[in-house]
Write a protein that binds this ligand. Structure first.
Ligand code: ADP
Length: 453
């Protein structure tokens, strides 16, 4: 087993990884920017190294600085968390060349899944259902038009290197295609330094359902079931749950089986998430794979009792999946996660500053993953996620009641948060009935405005 791990991240996920290290008896080394000097991940790590000024490019995304810290601390491995360097194949390669284990899949697999049209082709080859779309990159708007006619409107143009919903455009008719193609291309070039685009059939009112997998370094892969992530705003998830009311045990088993075979064939290792869209006939279609731990991993942990971060570390140290899991995956109860962002609940603008009161809820079945505290400061430089509130209930109704009361008891003062928005979502009849899709939030916000108007 590793003796020392560097945690190449900040905020709640850095703390989450430190928790896993402590439970495994591994020393954790934190890195931090000058803006995070007083952060809890710094306080609870066994060692901490300042790696630069607040700007991401000069600190958490600065590969030479991160690697130097790892070498100074003499660590065996690096856990990248999510975001930042977690899906950077070059970083994984640099780690390997320095003799440091990158806790994640091999660089070539990160690269394959990072080029989304190649990932689509790989999934299709092994029998995972994908949406009709282009074969690879569409190089010009004329080529895009050809595919669109073949697939039928509406279509969605997506960035090959996409993430965070950027470089994506829905095209409903031929006239709009050239302009939307140019827009997607320039947005993708700016965001990812890569303007490659591909195309898919656009699914009306889909659900976003994703499957959590774990794969060891000996060819064994297991699926830990699904998470329902349809409550999103501008393609960013706000609330997640497991299981999905739309996934039957048969479907869960069928998809789990296909994914195990496919991921074993592509040489997948460590934790990963395979994202699907479900159409109105309840068919699942692959959209992309994330080769890292996800923000919403706790809902799977709550219903399976598997510690995914500890599993990642054990797998990276060479353990067999059978030894990591010690038995079959059993799903019990229902879990919900609310992402608490430091932003205005209606305007969705970031709200950095000092937290004057931070009173997280507790009680049966409640979990909080956060690095926030009273008198702590939310710096303006980073992601707005400040806490994840997760509950488990014996069924969906109990989970909803538990989440509602936990949100009521969650007091954050000094900054705006999305707590009030979540309270209203939890009270919404459409949400309570489980009848929603990725268009839920737009409809929900429009409904509110009508009442207000
Ligand atoms: P990103 O990596 O930028 O987040 P994804 O491919 O994961 O992009 O898609 C993000 C979201 O965009 C999905 O959850 C869904 O709401 C919407 N979306 C993506 N592809 C389609 C599609 N073919 N049809 C309908 N909606 C889509």
């Amino acid at each position: 087993m590793f003796k020392k791990i560097l945690v190449a991240n900040r905020g709640e996920i850095a703390l989450r990884v430190i928790c896993a290290c402590k439970e495994l008896g591994i020393r954790a080394v934190a890195i931090y920017s000058e803006a995070d000097r007083n952060s809890l991940h710094v306080r609870f790590a066994d060692e901490a190294i300042c790696i630069g000024p607040p700007q991401l490019g000069l600190s958490y995304l600065n590969i030479p600085a991160v690697i130097s810290a790892a070498e100074i601390a003499n660590v065996d491995a690096i856990h990248p968390g999510y975001g930042l360097l977690s899906e950077n194949a070059n970083f994984a390669e640099v780690c390997a060349s320095c003799g440091i284990k990158f806790i994640g899949p091999p660089p070539e697999v990160i690269r394959l899944m990072g080029e989304k049209e190649k990932a689509r082709a790989a999934m299709k080859k092994h029998g995972v259902p994908i949406l009709p779309g282009s074969d690879g990159v569409v190089a010009t708007d004329a080529e895009a038009m050809e595919w669109a006619r073949q697939v039928g409107f509406p279509v969605i143009i997506k960035a090959s290197a996409g993430g965070g919903g950027r470089g994506m455009r829905i095209v409903r008719n031929e006239d709009d295609l050239p302009t939307l193609y140019q827009q997607a291309q320039s947005e993708a070039s700016k965001a990812f330094g890569n303007g490659d685009l591909y195309m898919e059939k656009y699914v009306e009112n889909p659900r976003h359902i994703e499957f959590q997998v774990l794969a060891d370094e000996h060819g064994n892969v297991v699926s830990l079931g699904e998470r329902e992530c349809s409550i999103q705003r501008r393609h960013q998830k706000l609330l997640e749950e497991s299981p999905s009311v739309q996934v039957t045990p048969e479907l869960r088993q069928q998809i789990g089986g296909v994914l195990s075979k496919t991921l074993s064939a592509v040489g997948y290792q460590n934790a990963g998430t395979v994202e699907f869209l479900m159409d109105q006939d309840r068919r699942l279609h692959f959209i992309e794979m994330n080769t890292r731990i996800q923000v919403e991993h706790p809902v799977t942990e709550m219903v399976t009792d598997v510690d995914l971060v500890k599993s990642q570390i054990m797998i990276a140290a060479g353990a067999n999946l059978a030894d990591v899991l010690q038995g079959p995956i059993v799903h019990r109860g229902h879990a919900i996660e609310c992402r608490i962002n430091a932003e205005h609940p209606e305007k969705f603008t970031p709200s950095a500053g000092k937290i004057t009161t931070f009173n997280p809820p507790g009680g049966t079945g409640v979990r909080i993953d956060t690095a926030a505290y009273t008198e702590g400061t939310i710096p303006p430089y980073y992601d707005s996620l400040i806490a994840k509130l997760i509950v488990r209930g014996k069924d969906r109704n109990e989970a909803i009641s538990r989440m509602s009361r936990a949100l009521e008891m969650f007091i954050v003062e000094g900054i705006y948060t999305t707590i009030p928005l979540h309270r209203r979502i939890l009270a919404d009849p459409e949400f309570r009935a489980g009848k929603f899709d990725t268009g839920f939030i737009e409809r929900f916000l429009a409904k509110k405005l009508e009442i207000a108007g």
